[in-house]
Design a protein around this ligand. Structure first.
Ligand code: TNX
Length: 545
């Protein structure tokens, strides 16, 4: 592994040196001293997550008024990706950038402009792509449209940050030359938004999808129910949202998604190659439901709504059959509006449910998920009931050993890694951070980056790991600016752990590449934490806590 690592680095260095030599002699020929010429942009040290293979060259492609974006005719989805790129670049460049459907067989070496091509080749995998930048063309090739979308996200990061501006900028639109060949390490790269403790509406969720998909995050888990609020309308149990969605932490009015709004989010996510994973937590974290329907309580008394931040005090009534009718109805309606393969059933911190009751509840809940045609994900607490191997455990602990999760992995269950002291995006960065909590750790950018999800939890390695997720719990977060401050720049760090080969993992390289994101977030208006650990590029203006 180490040998391969240094071999790869060496190759990169050699290519960079060769590129610099070429530039040096070109400058000398034009009468300019090499030191007077400003350093040309390079494909290296720009992209987060780090691509699997980057081979910079001395070529440069310049987007001009004459540039077209070409796609093979016949793929409406490819055309939509190309149109998305054109719409992003038109305001800042002021160029027309027409999307051209070509019925000709596009060829990698002879095309001009920016070209998106689907190739039959499957060695790029379902999300992989190749990007070639020469003096005359940018060509992105992938086996599937998801790969073309990711190639476009890489291209965006190779362009000047001003490309993301909404008004015309006078900038040379240069794409540094070379070759990138890229595909993800893990299939599941996620973020989670807690819309229960504080409710956030459709525009916030869509903006978050915009922001995370630039870093090739492909899953957004929505924590839709908890003690403080029920946030998805369920037609057969309307009081869940009418009453249970009416408030939030701190006592302000809460809110909820209608099923039409939820479907709008799902569609927006799909267009960004993001799968929505809806979570209905149980048997604990259920006060909002218990408060909405007295019959879900063992004593038939509905408790008041809760606006505090304690955990572990609520439980559905495990011995009542109505509890399972409720679960069946809720999960059926949710499955009907969720095209993705997963339903998340929570299962964490059921401190008011006995182990026997917890086992009974989960043993009845898991078959309901299967019956509605979905794969269950739950917090790793569920592994203590020996769930079937179809169950996916999301690890949130703060230790590197967990016997029940390791035993589940040994039986064949897959695990999503969200260790709270590395991946919880609601943790404060330092004791001076105003937002967030600190029960698991203070998590600076280097802490979020410096661990290996594929080799972290004893007994949970390699193919047992489905991927990584960064949860944004919202007890202390009131709005988009708060969410962004906690997620950026740590979510891109987690995205790199989920996407990039372990052999590319390198803090110094990450520091430089993350620093290059600062001007982009500044242009986009992302309110991020300008960590002193990162050498932010000129043009970076940090956000506020
Ligand atoms: C623990 S860990 C929780 C959440 C809280 C979070 C706050 C887990 C699955 N549950 O209920 O919001 O800590 O950091």
């Amino acid at each position: 592994m180490r040998m391969a690592l240094s071999g790869q680095r060496l190759r990169r260095v050699t290519v960079v040196v060769a590129a610099l030599l070429t530039i040096g002699s070109a400058s000398a020929a034009s009468g300019m001293s090499a030191s007077a010429a400003s350093a040309p942009p390079s494909m290296a040290n720009r992209v987060v997550p780090e691509p699997a293979v980057v081979q910079p060259s001395s070529a440069q492609y310049r987007i001009t008024a004459g540039t077209t974006i070409n796609v093979q005719s016949g793929s409406a989805e490819t055309t939509a990706i190309a149109t998305g790129l054109a719409s992003l670049l038109r305001p800042s460049t002021g160029f027309a950038l027409p999307v051209v459907n070509s019925s000709l067989q596009l060829h990698r070496r002879t095309t001009h402009g920016i070209t998106l091509m689907l190739s039959g080749s499957s060695n790029l995998g379902p999300e992989g792509y190749q990007l070639d930048v020469t003096n005359s063309a940018v060509v992105i090739v992938a086996a599937q449209n998801a790969g073309l979308f990711y190639g476009v996200q890489t291209l965006r990061q190779l362009l000047p940050a001003a490309a993301d501006a909404r008004t015309r900028q006078s900038v040379q639109w240069i794409v540094p030359g070379g070759h990138i060949s890229d595909q993800p390490r893990f299939p599941y790269r996620g973020a989670m938004l807690d819309v229960s403790r504080h409710f956030f509406g459709v525009p916030v969720v869509e903006r978050l999808i915009d922001e995370i998909s630039l870093y090739k995050v492909n899953t957004l888990h929505l924590h839709l129910s908890d003690d403080q609020g029920w946030r998805i309308a369920i037609a057969s149990w309307p009081n869940l949202t009418i009453h249970g969605g009416s408030t939030e932490v701190g006592g302000d009015a809460g809110g909820f998604f209608t099923q039409a709004q939820y479907m709008q989010i799902v569609a927006y996510a799909k267009a960004h190659y993001v799968t929505i994973v809806p979570e209905i937590d149980g048997p604990g974290h259920t006060n909002a439901a218990l408060s909405s329907y007295a019959q879900l309580n063992c004593n038939n008394v509905a408790p008041p709504l809760y606006t505090g931040t304690d955990v572990g005090f609520s439980s559905l009534c495990v011995s009542k059959s109505v509890t399972y009718q409720f679960e069946q109805d809720v999960l059926t309606e949710l499955a009907n509006i969720t095209p993705g393969p997963y339903l998340h059933i929570g299962g964490d911190e059921a401190q008011s449910t006995s182990l026997a009751d917890y086992t009974t509840f989960e043993s009845k809940e898991l078959p309901i998920v299967a019956a509605v045609g979905k794969t269950p994900i739950g917090w790793h607490d569920v592994t203590k009931i020996n769930p079937p191997t179809s169950f996916i455990a999301q690890f949130w602990g703060t230790t590197t050993t967990d016997t029940a999760t390791a035993a589940a992995a040994a039986r064949g269950n897959k695990v999503i890694m969200s260790p709270a002291n590395k991946a919880y995006l609601d943790m404060m960065y330092t004791p001076a951070t105003k937002l967030g909590q600190n029960w698991a750790a203070y998590i600076e950018v280097k802490d979020a980056y410096s661990w290996d999800p594929g080799n972290y939890l004893t007994g949970v390695t390699g193919s047992s790991v489905l991927g990584v997720e960064g949860p944004i719990w919202s007890e202390t977060l009131l709005n988009m600016a708060n969410i962004e401050f906690m997620a950026f720049p740590r979510l891109p760090a987690l995205a790199e752990l989920g996407w990039s080969p372990e052999s590319t993992h390198n803090w110094a390289s990450f520091q430089a590449r993350l620093g290059a994101q600062g001007p982009r977030w500044t242009v986009e208006g992302v309110n991020f934490y300008a960590s002193p650990q990162i050498p932010w590029a000129p043009g970076t203006k940090g956000g506020v806590d």
